[in-house]
Write a protein that binds this ligand. Sequence first.
Ligand code: G4F
Length: 325
Amino acid sequence: MKRALITGINGQDGSYLAELLLSKGFEVHGLVRREALEDRYHRLSNIAPIKDRVCLHVGSVDNHLSIYKVVAEVRPDQCYHLAASSFVSYAFDDEGASLATNFSSTHFLLSSLKELAPDCRFYLAGSSEMFGEPNVTPQDETTRFNPRSIYGISKVASHHLVTNYRSQHQLFACTGILYNHESPRRKYEFVTRKISSTVARIHCGLADRLELGNLHASRDWGYAPDYVDAMQRMLEHDTPDDYVIATGNLHTVEEFVEMAFSVVSKDYRNYLAINPEYYRPEGKTPLVGDCAKSSRVLGWQPTKPLQAIIEEMVLADIRLLESKT
Ligand code: G4F
Protein backbone atom coordinates (compact mmCIF):
# COMPACT_ATOMS: atom_id res chain seq x y z
CA MET A 1 0.00 0.00 0.00
CA LYS A 2 1.39 3.43 -0.97
CA ARG A 3 1.89 5.95 1.83
CA ALA A 4 1.18 9.67 1.54
CA LEU A 5 2.21 12.39 3.98
CA ILE A 6 0.22 15.66 3.98
CA THR A 7 1.14 18.85 5.81
CA GLY A 8 -1.93 21.02 6.43
CA ILE A 9 -4.17 17.93 6.37
CA ASN A 10 -7.08 19.65 8.12
CA GLY A 11 -7.13 22.61 5.75
CA GLN A 12 -9.53 22.90 2.85
CA ASP A 13 -7.14 21.29 0.38
CA GLY A 14 -5.56 18.85 2.84
CA SER A 15 -8.89 17.35 3.84
CA TYR A 16 -10.14 16.92 0.25
CA LEU A 17 -6.78 15.47 -0.74
CA ALA A 18 -6.84 13.01 2.18
CA GLU A 19 -10.28 11.81 1.04
CA LEU A 20 -9.09 11.45 -2.54
CA LEU A 21 -5.98 9.50 -1.54
CA LEU A 22 -7.98 7.19 0.73
CA SER A 23 -10.37 6.49 -2.14
CA LYS A 24 -7.34 5.51 -4.23
CA GLY A 25 -6.11 3.05 -1.60
CA PHE A 26 -3.33 5.14 -0.03
CA GLU A 27 -2.33 4.95 3.62
CA VAL A 28 -2.70 8.61 4.58
CA HIS A 29 -0.55 10.35 7.20
CA GLY A 30 -0.93 13.94 8.34
CA LEU A 31 1.23 16.30 10.30
CA VAL A 32 -0.66 18.25 12.98
CA ARG A 33 0.26 20.44 15.90
CA ARG A 34 -0.08 19.12 19.45
CA GLU A 35 -2.83 21.65 20.24
CA ALA A 36 -4.91 20.39 17.30
CA LEU A 37 -5.05 16.95 18.90
CA GLU A 38 -6.24 18.52 22.15
CA ASP A 39 -8.94 20.53 20.36
CA ARG A 40 -10.09 18.13 17.65
CA TYR A 41 -13.61 19.54 17.47
CA HIS A 42 -12.46 22.94 16.21
CA ARG A 43 -9.06 22.29 14.69
CA LEU A 44 -9.62 18.93 13.04
CA SER A 45 -13.23 19.43 11.95
CA ASN A 46 -12.57 19.02 8.21
CA ILE A 47 -11.11 15.56 8.71
CA ALA A 48 -13.61 14.47 11.39
CA PRO A 49 -15.44 12.11 8.98
CA ILE A 50 -12.18 10.30 8.11
CA LYS A 51 -10.44 10.59 11.48
CA ASP A 52 -10.29 6.83 12.02
CA ARG A 53 -8.80 6.24 8.59
CA VAL A 54 -5.86 8.66 8.72
CA CYS A 55 -2.76 8.49 10.86
CA LEU A 56 -1.89 11.79 12.55
CA HIS A 57 1.62 12.71 13.68
CA VAL A 58 2.37 15.53 16.08
CA GLY A 59 4.92 17.95 14.75
CA SER A 60 5.51 21.43 13.47
CA VAL A 61 6.55 22.52 9.98
CA ASP A 62 8.68 25.19 11.69
CA ASN A 63 10.92 22.58 13.23
CA HIS A 64 13.48 20.65 11.18
CA LEU A 65 13.93 17.86 13.70
CA SER A 66 10.22 17.29 13.99
CA ILE A 67 9.86 17.05 10.18
CA TYR A 68 12.85 14.74 9.99
CA LYS A 69 11.38 12.40 12.59
CA VAL A 70 7.98 12.21 10.89
CA VAL A 71 9.55 11.54 7.49
CA ALA A 72 11.73 8.84 9.10
CA GLU A 73 8.68 7.22 10.66
CA VAL A 74 6.35 7.39 7.65
CA ARG A 75 8.85 6.95 4.77
CA PRO A 76 6.20 8.30 2.37
CA ASP A 77 5.86 7.49 -1.32
CA GLN A 78 4.19 10.85 -1.90
CA CYS A 79 4.45 14.03 0.16
CA TYR A 80 2.13 17.01 -0.26
CA HIS A 81 3.30 20.24 1.35
CA LEU A 82 0.13 22.29 1.79
CA ALA A 83 0.69 23.90 5.20
CA ALA A 84 1.48 27.60 4.90
CA SER A 85 0.78 30.97 6.29
CA SER A 86 -1.56 31.69 3.36
CA PHE A 87 -3.39 34.98 3.90
CA VAL A 88 -2.24 37.54 1.34
CA SER A 89 -1.30 40.98 2.60
CA TYR A 90 0.51 43.64 0.63
CA ALA A 91 1.33 45.52 3.83
CA PHE A 92 4.34 43.34 4.65
CA ASP A 93 3.18 43.11 8.24
CA ASP A 94 4.48 40.07 10.06
CA GLU A 95 6.75 39.38 7.10
CA GLY A 96 9.39 37.48 9.08
CA ALA A 97 6.97 34.83 10.31
CA SER A 98 5.37 34.13 6.91
CA LEU A 99 8.68 34.04 5.09
CA ALA A 100 10.33 31.82 7.66
CA THR A 101 7.46 29.34 7.92
CA ASN A 102 6.73 29.02 4.22
CA PHE A 103 10.31 28.82 3.00
CA SER A 104 11.96 26.86 5.83
CA SER A 105 9.21 24.25 5.95
CA THR A 106 9.78 23.48 2.26
CA HIS A 107 13.49 23.20 2.90
CA PHE A 108 13.01 20.97 5.97
CA LEU A 109 10.80 18.60 4.01
CA LEU A 110 12.94 18.43 0.88
CA SER A 111 16.18 17.91 2.79
CA SER A 112 14.62 15.21 5.01
CA LEU A 113 13.14 13.41 2.00
CA LYS A 114 16.48 13.54 0.19
CA GLU A 115 18.15 11.77 3.13
CA LEU A 116 15.43 9.38 4.19
CA ALA A 117 13.07 8.77 1.26
CA PRO A 118 14.76 9.90 -1.97
CA ASP A 119 12.19 8.10 -4.13
CA CYS A 120 9.31 9.98 -2.52
CA ARG A 121 7.40 12.28 -4.89
CA PHE A 122 7.00 15.81 -3.55
CA TYR A 123 4.31 18.41 -4.23
CA LEU A 124 4.62 22.07 -3.28
CA ALA A 125 1.48 24.19 -3.10
CA GLY A 126 2.46 27.20 -5.18
CA SER A 127 0.14 30.07 -5.98
CA SER A 128 -0.91 32.65 -8.56
CA GLU A 129 0.51 35.15 -6.06
CA MET A 130 3.91 34.08 -7.44
CA PHE A 131 3.02 36.07 -10.57
CA GLY A 132 1.89 39.05 -8.45
CA GLU A 133 2.01 41.81 -11.02
CA PRO A 134 2.41 39.77 -14.22
CA ASN A 135 3.55 41.12 -17.58
CA VAL A 136 1.02 39.04 -19.55
CA THR A 137 -2.50 37.79 -19.22
CA PRO A 138 -3.45 34.99 -18.96
CA GLN A 139 -0.42 33.55 -17.17
CA ASP A 140 1.09 30.13 -17.84
CA GLU A 141 4.18 28.16 -16.79
CA THR A 142 6.43 30.41 -18.89
CA THR A 143 5.26 33.67 -17.30
CA ARG A 144 7.91 35.56 -15.33
CA PHE A 145 7.41 35.59 -11.55
CA ASN A 146 6.92 39.06 -10.12
CA PRO A 147 5.44 38.63 -6.62
CA ARG A 148 4.10 41.64 -4.72
CA SER A 149 3.25 39.98 -1.41
CA ILE A 150 5.44 38.30 1.19
CA TYR A 151 3.34 35.20 0.64
CA GLY A 152 4.13 35.30 -3.09
CA ILE A 153 7.83 35.87 -2.42
CA SER A 154 7.95 32.93 0.00
CA LYS A 155 6.32 30.69 -2.61
CA VAL A 156 8.69 31.78 -5.40
CA ALA A 157 11.67 31.08 -3.12
CA SER A 158 10.22 27.68 -2.17
CA HIS A 159 9.61 26.92 -5.83
CA HIS A 160 13.28 27.57 -6.59
CA LEU A 161 14.16 25.01 -3.92
CA VAL A 162 11.85 22.53 -5.62
CA THR A 163 13.43 23.03 -9.05
CA ASN A 164 16.91 22.74 -7.54
CA TYR A 165 16.15 19.54 -5.67
CA ARG A 166 14.70 18.24 -8.92
CA SER A 167 17.72 19.08 -11.05
CA GLN A 168 20.58 18.71 -8.52
CA HIS A 169 19.32 15.82 -6.40
CA GLN A 170 17.01 14.06 -8.88
CA LEU A 171 14.03 14.33 -6.52
CA PHE A 172 10.62 13.92 -8.15
CA ALA A 173 9.41 17.35 -7.05
CA CYS A 174 6.65 19.51 -8.56
CA THR A 175 5.09 22.90 -7.92
CA GLY A 176 1.41 23.42 -8.63
CA ILE A 177 0.78 27.09 -9.38
CA LEU A 178 -2.80 27.16 -8.18
CA TYR A 179 -5.20 30.03 -8.63
CA ASN A 180 -7.91 30.71 -6.05
CA HIS A 181 -9.98 27.64 -5.29
CA GLU A 182 -13.02 27.55 -3.07
CA SER A 183 -15.47 25.24 -1.30
CA PRO A 184 -17.58 25.07 1.87
CA ARG A 185 -14.31 24.25 3.69
CA ARG A 186 -12.67 27.55 2.80
CA LYS A 187 -11.54 29.54 5.85
CA TYR A 188 -13.66 32.54 6.81
CA GLU A 189 -10.95 35.17 6.25
CA PHE A 190 -11.06 34.66 2.49
CA VAL A 191 -13.56 36.75 0.58
CA THR A 192 -15.60 33.88 -0.88
CA ARG A 193 -16.35 32.27 2.48
CA LYS A 194 -16.89 35.66 4.07
CA ILE A 195 -19.56 36.26 1.42
CA SER A 196 -21.22 32.83 1.56
CA SER A 197 -21.32 32.75 5.37
CA THR A 198 -22.71 36.30 5.61
CA VAL A 199 -25.36 35.62 2.95
CA ALA A 200 -26.37 32.58 5.01
CA ARG A 201 -26.58 34.70 8.17
CA ILE A 202 -28.68 37.31 6.37
CA HIS A 203 -30.96 34.58 5.02
CA CYS A 204 -31.44 33.22 8.55
CA GLY A 205 -32.13 36.69 9.98
CA LEU A 206 -28.87 36.85 11.94
CA ALA A 207 -27.21 39.72 10.02
CA ASP A 208 -28.31 42.59 7.83
CA ARG A 209 -25.18 43.67 5.98
CA LEU A 210 -22.10 42.42 4.22
CA GLU A 211 -18.98 44.59 4.56
CA LEU A 212 -16.29 44.19 1.94
CA GLY A 213 -13.26 45.96 0.53
CA ASN A 214 -12.56 46.29 -3.18
CA LEU A 215 -15.59 45.08 -5.15
CA HIS A 216 -13.86 45.54 -8.49
CA ALA A 217 -11.03 43.15 -7.60
CA SER A 218 -11.22 40.14 -9.87
CA ARG A 219 -10.10 36.56 -9.42
CA ASP A 220 -9.95 33.25 -11.28
CA TRP A 221 -11.99 31.09 -8.88
CA GLY A 222 -12.14 27.30 -9.19
CA TYR A 223 -13.40 24.36 -7.15
CA ALA A 224 -11.06 23.00 -4.45
CA PRO A 225 -11.78 19.26 -5.02
CA ASP A 226 -10.78 19.72 -8.69
CA TYR A 227 -7.52 21.35 -7.60
CA VAL A 228 -6.47 18.54 -5.25
CA ASP A 229 -7.15 16.12 -8.08
CA ALA A 230 -4.63 18.12 -10.14
CA MET A 231 -2.04 17.80 -7.34
CA GLN A 232 -2.39 14.03 -7.35
CA ARG A 233 -2.16 13.85 -11.14
CA MET A 234 1.14 15.73 -10.98
CA LEU A 235 2.67 13.14 -8.67
CA GLU A 236 1.29 10.21 -10.68
CA HIS A 237 2.74 11.50 -13.93
CA ASP A 238 5.87 9.95 -15.50
CA THR A 239 8.07 13.00 -15.04
CA PRO A 240 8.14 15.80 -12.47
CA ASP A 241 7.17 19.26 -13.70
CA ASP A 242 5.34 22.45 -12.69
CA TYR A 243 1.79 23.26 -13.73
CA VAL A 244 -0.64 26.17 -13.69
CA ILE A 245 -4.04 25.09 -12.37
CA ALA A 246 -6.81 27.58 -13.12
CA THR A 247 -10.17 27.93 -14.84
CA GLY A 248 -9.20 30.76 -17.19
CA ASN A 249 -12.36 32.67 -16.19
CA LEU A 250 -12.23 35.98 -14.39
CA HIS A 251 -14.99 37.37 -12.16
CA THR A 252 -15.16 40.40 -9.92
CA VAL A 253 -15.90 40.27 -6.21
CA GLU A 254 -19.13 42.14 -6.98
CA GLU A 255 -20.21 39.44 -9.46
CA PHE A 256 -19.47 36.81 -6.82
CA VAL A 257 -21.63 38.71 -4.32
CA GLU A 258 -24.49 39.03 -6.79
CA MET A 259 -24.41 35.29 -7.53
CA ALA A 260 -24.30 34.44 -3.80
CA PHE A 261 -27.36 36.58 -3.00
CA SER A 262 -29.20 35.12 -5.98
CA VAL A 263 -29.02 31.70 -4.24
CA VAL A 264 -31.37 33.09 -1.55
CA SER A 265 -33.33 35.22 -4.05
CA LYS A 266 -32.17 38.57 -2.64
CA ASP A 267 -30.87 41.74 -4.29
CA TYR A 268 -27.28 42.19 -3.06
CA ARG A 269 -27.47 46.00 -3.38
CA ASN A 270 -29.75 46.12 -0.33
CA TYR A 271 -27.11 44.55 1.93
CA LEU A 272 -23.68 45.55 0.67
CA ALA A 273 -21.46 48.09 2.45
CA ILE A 274 -17.89 49.11 1.66
CA ASN A 275 -15.42 49.13 4.53
CA PRO A 276 -12.03 50.63 3.58
CA GLU A 277 -10.44 48.49 6.31
CA TYR A 278 -10.75 45.50 3.97
CA TYR A 279 -9.51 47.31 0.89
CA ARG A 280 -6.38 45.93 -0.80
CA PRO A 281 -4.79 47.66 -3.78
CA GLU A 282 -5.24 45.62 -6.94
CA GLY A 283 -2.51 45.04 -9.47
CA LYS A 284 -2.78 46.47 -12.98
CA THR A 285 -2.93 43.07 -14.69
CA PRO A 286 -5.52 40.54 -13.55
CA LEU A 287 -4.44 37.14 -12.26
CA VAL A 288 -6.05 34.65 -14.59
CA GLY A 289 -4.47 31.34 -15.52
CA ASP A 290 -4.02 29.34 -18.70
CA CYS A 291 -4.23 25.63 -17.83
CA ALA A 292 -3.53 24.34 -21.36
CA LYS A 293 -0.42 22.44 -20.22
CA SER A 294 -2.12 20.62 -17.33
CA SER A 295 -5.02 19.85 -19.60
CA ARG A 296 -2.74 18.46 -22.34
CA VAL A 297 -0.24 16.59 -20.12
CA LEU A 298 -2.30 15.59 -17.09
CA GLY A 299 -5.74 15.42 -18.69
CA TRP A 300 -6.97 17.86 -16.05
CA GLN A 301 -10.03 20.10 -16.48
CA PRO A 302 -12.09 22.19 -14.06
CA THR A 303 -15.47 20.51 -13.58
CA LYS A 304 -17.68 22.96 -11.71
CA PRO A 305 -18.87 26.40 -12.88
CA LEU A 306 -18.59 29.28 -10.43
CA GLN A 307 -22.35 29.65 -9.92
CA ALA A 308 -22.53 26.00 -8.82
CA ILE A 309 -19.57 26.41 -6.45
CA ILE A 310 -21.21 29.46 -4.89
CA GLU A 311 -24.53 27.67 -4.52
CA GLU A 312 -22.81 24.76 -2.75
CA MET A 313 -21.05 27.18 -0.38
CA VAL A 314 -24.13 29.25 0.50
CA LEU A 315 -26.34 26.19 1.02
CA ALA A 316 -23.67 24.53 3.19
CA ASP A 317 -23.40 27.67 5.33
CA ILE A 318 -27.19 27.79 5.74
CA ARG A 319 -27.21 24.12 6.82
CA LEU A 320 -24.41 24.84 9.27
CA LEU A 321 -26.40 27.65 10.90
CA GLU A 322 -29.58 25.59 10.99
CA SER A 323 -27.74 22.71 12.66
CA LYS A 324 -26.72 25.05 15.50
CA THR A 325 -30.25 26.27 16.30
O1 G4F B 1 -10.19 35.76 -0.82
P1 G4F B 1 -8.93 36.55 -0.79
O2 G4F B 1 -8.46 37.01 0.55
O3 G4F B 1 -7.87 35.67 -1.55
P2 G4F B 1 -6.46 36.01 -2.23
O4 G4F B 1 -5.82 37.19 -1.63
O5 G4F B 1 -6.66 36.05 -3.70
O6 G4F B 1 -5.59 34.74 -1.81
C1 G4F B 1 -6.04 33.40 -1.95
O7 G4F B 1 -5.78 32.90 -3.23
C2 G4F B 1 -4.39 32.90 -3.60
C3 G4F B 1 -4.25 32.36 -5.01
O8 G4F B 1 -4.60 31.02 -5.06
C4 G4F B 1 -3.61 32.07 -2.61
F1 G4F B 1 -2.30 32.14 -2.93
C5 G4F B 1 -3.81 32.58 -1.20
O9 G4F B 1 -3.17 31.75 -0.27
C6 G4F B 1 -5.31 32.57 -0.91
O10 G4F B 1 -5.78 31.25 -0.93
O11 G4F B 1 -9.10 37.86 -1.70
C7 G4F B 1 -9.60 37.81 -3.01
C8 G4F B 1 -9.88 39.22 -3.51
C9 G4F B 1 -8.74 40.21 -3.25
O12 G4F B 1 -8.54 40.97 -4.43
C10 G4F B 1 -9.26 41.14 -2.16
O13 G4F B 1 -8.76 42.47 -2.28
O14 G4F B 1 -11.00 39.76 -2.78
C11 G4F B 1 -10.75 41.10 -2.48
N1 G4F B 1 -11.59 41.49 -1.34
C12 G4F B 1 -12.54 42.47 -1.37
N2 G4F B 1 -13.11 42.58 -0.18
C13 G4F B 1 -11.54 40.98 -0.10
C14 G4F B 1 -12.52 41.67 0.65
N3 G4F B 1 -10.79 39.98 0.44
C15 G4F B 1 -11.00 39.65 1.75
N4 G4F B 1 -10.29 38.65 2.30
N5 G4F B 1 -11.95 40.33 2.51
C16 G4F B 1 -12.73 41.34 2.00
O15 G4F B 1 -13.57 41.92 2.70
